[in-house]
Design a protein around this ligand. Structure first.
Ligand code: HMG
Length: 388
């Protein structure tokens, strides 16, 4: 019996800022963003959306058909938590109409936590193969204005149904891990934006990749040549290109620049226009690979490098299942991305400065999202989520 990803669906806001607009206002060469960091657009959350509405919007297509009652656990991975105590997934559980007997938990370790959730979900399903686990990752990436991180913001959520004999990607049990206590990127509880030592964070990312790969090689019989494609954590797409160059060097794989590019370029397509979605980003990258590769990927092995600042890195592997195309939500994703609305720099600042009131009063939020679920308001510190 294999265990892995049976279905995958993502959501991002209907608003985006083109990084050319940001560059123009800053007096920066737009090529620094388009080529230097490899990003074109960044998603900006509407005033009536947060990680809960994005998560529910991502997961809705996975529970609309049969199988809702088989979901025994919902794991919600985020570093954009809305409450120090209550798990954001409990709101999603209600919005999706999941079974009362489904457990819900929230997980955090920067951009890595969706991978922890995926691995734990696989272990749960291996123990009880007739059950399913819904893994959702949802984040809004926010940096201070006028900092190098500003151009790497974004937002998005991804939902994955984990099951026995999955239709998309079976996940191997061997993993390579690396953990080190570092301060490359963090967000203390009293801040709404992250603090980051940008250049240092890219160095630590690359170090964690090397270390996690070395550990993977100790525990897995697989070598570099067993992989046809690689999915990396995607804070910005140039990061994945740098990471892959390093892995090719480290493993002495001797690939040409074109061969290296072929192994990762389709994973970057969606993220280039969504931006960093933290823990969702690598799995949006996987969706991009599966949905945008013309060649049949059936039976091909994919290497995954998941990284969460602070830091935890994990290298693991999976194999694409024959017939995977029938289980994709390709048209829905393409339609959603095509229907997004470009915003001006002033509108971007308005959305950026939008804060959930914390005075305990009664507040209604303007309609902005085109998703199925919205955050209608807040009253006595309770967020109110409704279908649109
Ligand atoms: P910066 O310092 O403004 O950029 O910010 P730079 O000056 O280093 O330029 C970036 C690249 O653009 C360089 O290329 C330039 O040469 C090039 P490189 O040397 O890297 O190959 N460039 C140009 N190219 C073409 N035309 C031009 C031009 N000008 C310059 N005109 C930095 C870069 C990444 C530091 C910044 O964006 C940042 O701080 N980002 C946030 C932190 C981040 O994303 N770190 C990534 C690793 S950590 C991680 O992935 C975890 C994370 O997702 C959080 C979590 O785990 O929760 C962040």
């Amino acid at each position: 019996m294999s265990v892995g990803i049976d279905e995958i669906s993502f959501y991002t806001s209907n608003y985006f800022l083109d990084l050319k607009t940001l560059a123009q206002v800053q007096g920066t060469d737009p090529d620094k963003y388009y080529t230097g960091i490899g990003q074109e657009k960044m998603g900006m959350a509407a005033p009536d959306e947060d990680v809960v509405t994005m998560a529910a919007n991502a997961a809705l297509p996975l529970v609309e058909g049969e199988g809702r009652d088989q979901v025994r656990t919902l794991m919600f991975a985020t570093e954009t938590g809305i409450d120090q105590s209550k798990a954001a997934g409990i709101y999603v559980h209600r919005l999706l109409g999941l079974n009362d007997n489904c457990r819900v938990v929230e997980m955090k370790q920067a951009c890595y936590s969706a991978t922890a959730a995926l691995q734990m979900a696989c272990a749960l399903v291996a123990r009880k193969p007739d059950s399913k686990v819904l893994v959702i990752a949802s984040d809004i990436a926010r940096y201070d204005l006028d900092t190098p991180g500003e151009a790497t913001q974004g937002c998005g959520a991804v939902a994955m149904m984990i099951s026995a004999n999955p239709r998309l990607v079976s996940i191997d049990p061997e993993v390579g891990n690396y953990t080190e206590d570092v301060m490359d990127f963090w967000r203390p509880n009293y801040r709404s934006t992250a603090l980051v030592d940008g250049k240092y964070s890219t160095k630590i990312y690359l170090k964690a990749l090397k270390k996690a790969w070395d550990h993977f090689r100790e525990v897995s019989p697989l070598d570099f040549s067993d992989f046809s494609h690689f999915c990396y954590h995607l804070p910005f797409s140039r990061m994945a290109q740098k990471a892959h160059q390093q892995l090719v060097r480290h493993t002495k794989a001797g690939l040409s620049a074109e061969e290296q590019e072929r192994q990762i370029n389709k994973t970057l397509m969606y993220n280039r226009t969504i931006g960093n979605s933290y823990t969702a980003s690598m799995y949006i990258g996987l969706t991009s690979l599966l949905e945008n590769t013309d060649a049949d990927l059936s039976g091909k092995r994919i290497g995954f490098f998941s990284y969460g600042s602070g830091c935890v890195g994990e290298f693991f592997s999976g194999t694409v299942v024959p017939g995977y195309r029938d289980a994709l939500h390709l048209q829905r994703h393409r339609d959603m991305l095509a229907a997004r609305q470009e915003i001006s720099h002033d509108e971007y600042l308005q959305l950026y400065r939008n804060q959930i009131p914390d005075d305990g009063g009664e507040h209604r939020f303007d309609e902005g999202t085109t998703g199925h679920f919205r955050l209608a308001g807040i009253s006595h510190h309770k967020r109110e989520y409704v279908p649109r």
